[in-house]
Design a protein around this ligand. Structure first.
Ligand code: ADP
Ligand code: MG
Length: 606
């Protein structure tokens, strides 16, 4: 038989690689601007026409390239940034794959002008679909200018796939914001169709944020900062009262590289629990500095995802730092907003070795165990006993912190210091509320909301410890839903699968073949309906938000209901559990869980 395997010509291989690196004009913007940063430029201009469809040009004042490097830079796997595999673990540059220029040149018309400082003349290169069509000396400034015209001119299918100028421009602005925020000490400008959109001078971070997002944002932020031997955190986070309906300015940077992380988002948002309503999104600009040997940036071709070698530690440090900063700047609802700013908060966590939340966790404890919920929502006190043993290090640390933030407020201490618990005998009102006396106050607690919230928090903790595992269903469940809803879910298939679902889509229905925990404890239909409702609101959702909906559905299904008769011990344990939470006040949907009256309030009533 004749051999059939052959090596692809370079221009074809480059076009294939381009599919990964170059998805739209914004990807080109990112790669070119990153190259300019890697070349140590301190002034970078981005010029675009028609949302980048006609032209993307980046002009920098960086190191420039000599003639040989200029030619080499368009070869695949040509990079000046790493030489050996080990260098991958010590990366200090944005690029390292040596793929971007080769990929871009395979699918566009490229003009490069570049000159190193010491040369008199620079070099001009024109490349069309991987072919060099012009190479000649040129008089030009120190640095590099690369223009990318007619993106995807030779791949009509990709070109057709580009969205409107406005949409492509929005993606370009996103990339521009990320890089400009990561490098406030570098000046950037952006010109679209001849209009200057941004002219950002060198500045400090808060000025840069202000210059990008406008006038009042400074007043809406508080600084966050933390330093341990493992990681350093700095930046700004939004005051809770300015949280927005739409997810807007949320940025994480690791070693000056913008990253997306549902996990970190979860950590940060959890610091706001009880301070913001559901569906409200605080702004944040959080910067991590960490020895590159502790991270892996190589797991995603466009490098917006990242892995830390000790994720739980990062989670806990971030959460504690954010809580501290929200507390220190006097934002907790329990605090006096006019309080004396000189009041210094005792805070002993700085420089302390981080405590991993893994410590003290019983690996055998699984709330998703069949027997827990087996007997039709029957309330199980044993569950509580188990649960009490497993408050992890993070919980303890944040509570300790919460009680330190406002040491004078004895009123609040009652609700955050577990040792002081003294729950009186309780009784049920209407089989719906629990009435109790707690530290001199009269409490009326909504039993269903209280238990749902307690369970939600327990499940959340379990899920961050990776306890949501797929379980194959013996009989797959079929959900018939509308076509557009199927598409909504399809877009989130990867996240759902990561969470432990196995889904099969047809044009009319979805088949659920595996779920993240035993089927009995989850109302699958209501979970998916809820998810579809949220997705239809057109707010993009990340994994942790989808997970929240799942855990909420799970908690609601498993929680004791209104109408259920409770024993004395059950009521007491529920109250204790509730007030061990960092934020016992409101349910997941922002509803009040209890009301309380002190002696003074009661005496007013007479
Ligand atoms: P990578 O950035 O992964 O190394 P690229 O294809 O983006 O790969 O770039 C290839 C090489 O071209 C870079 O390693 C760098 O040496 C050089 N280069 C690209 N852009 C610039 C620039 N603006 N200034 C100086 N050198 C550049
Ligand atoms: Mg690069």
């Amino acid at each position: 038989m004749k051999s059939t395997i052959h090596l692809l010509p370079d221009h074809v291989a480059n076009q294939i690689a381009a599919g990964e690196v170059v998805q739209r004009p914004a990807s080109v913007v990112k790669e070119l601007m990153e190259n300019a940063l890697d070349a140590n430029a301190d002034d970078i201009k981005l010029i675009v026409k028609d949302g980048g469809k006609t032209l993307i040009q980046v002009v920098d004042n960086g190191s420039g390239m000599n003639e040989i490097d200029a030619r080499m830079s368009f070869e695949r796997h040509a990079t000046s940034k790493i030489a050996k595999a080990e260098d991958l673990f010590q990366l200090n540059t944005k690029g390292f794959r040596g793929e971007a220029l080769a990929s871009i040149a395979a699918v566009a018309h490229v003009v490069l002008k570049t000159k190193p400082e010491q040369s008199d003349l620079g070099i001009l290169l024109k490349i069309e679909g991987s072919k060099v069509v012009v190479q000649e000396p040129i008089a030009t400034n120190k640095g590099t200018s690369i223009s990318v015209k007619n993106l995807f001119f030779n791949i009509p299918a990709r070109r057709k796939f580009l969205k409107s100028i406005q949409v492509e421009m929005r993606h370009i602005m996103d990339e521009f914001h990320r890089l400009a925020l990561a490098h406030p000490a570098i000046s950037f400008s952006l010109i679209h169709n001849g209009n200057t959109v941004y002219q950002l001078p060198k500045s400090n971070l808060i000025q840069r944020i202000n210059n990008i997002f406008g006038g009042k944002i400074k007043e809406k932020l508080v600084p966050v900062s933390e330093e341990t031997d493992y990681i350093k955190i700095s930046g700004f986070i939004g005051k809770p009262e300015f949280a927005k309906r739409k997810r807007g300015e949320q940025f994480f940077f690791v070693n000056k590289r913008f990253v997306k992380s549902a996990y970190l988002n979860h950590a940060l948002i959890s610091a706001y629990e009880g301070l913001i309503k559901e569906k409200a999104y605080p702004s944040y600009f959080v910067y991590f500095e960490i020895d590159p040997k502790h991270i892996d940036v190589n797991i995603h071709p466009t490098k917006t995802e990242i892995k830390f070698d000790d994720e739980p530690t990062v989670y806990s440090i971030l959460k504690v730092a954010a809580k501290h900063s929200l507390g220190q700047f006097n934002l907790s609802p329990s605090m006096d907003f006019e309080a004396n700013p000189e009041l210094d908060v005792p805070y002993e966590y700085r420089k302390k070795q981080p405590v991993s939340p893994k410590i003290n966790v019983n690996p055998d404890f699984n709330p998703f165990e069949e027997d827990m919920f087996a007997s039709k929502n029957e309330f199980k006190p044993q569950y509580y006993e188990k649960q009490l043993q497993h408050w992890d290090a993070l919980q303890h640390e944040t509570q300790e912190l919460a009680s330190k933030i406002n040491p004078d407020d004895a009123h609040d201490e009652i609700f955050s210091t577990p040792e002081k618990f003294q729950v009186s005998d309780c009784f049920q009102l209407d089989k719906k509320y629990i009435v109790a006396k707690l530290s001199g106050e009269l409490l009326i607690i909504h039993q269903n909301r209280a238990h749902s919230w307690v369970l939600f928090n327990t499940f959340l903790k379990q899920s961050t410890q990776g306890k949501l595992l797929p379980q194959k269903l013996i009989f797959p469940i079929e959900l018939s839903i509308q076509k557009d809803e199927i598409n909504l879910l399809k877009n989130h298939k990867a996240i759902l699968e990561e969470m432990g679902f196995e889904l099969h889509f047809t044009t009319e229905a979805i088949q659920i073949e595996a779920v993240p925990m035993s089927q009995k404890s989850l109302d699958i239909t209501s979970f998916f309906q809820n998810l579809i409702d949220k997705l239809s609101e057109d707010v993009p959702m990340n994994k942790s938000e989808i997970q929240d909906i799942l855990l909420d559905a799970l908690a609601k299904k498993a929680a004791i209901k209104s109408g259920q008769v409770l024993e004395q011990v059950e009521m007491k344990t529920l109250i204790e559990d509730l007030f061990r939470l960092e934020n016992p006040n409101f349910s997941k949907d922002g509803k009040k869980i209890f009301v309380r009256f002190n002696e003074r309030q009661i005496s007013y009533m007479f």
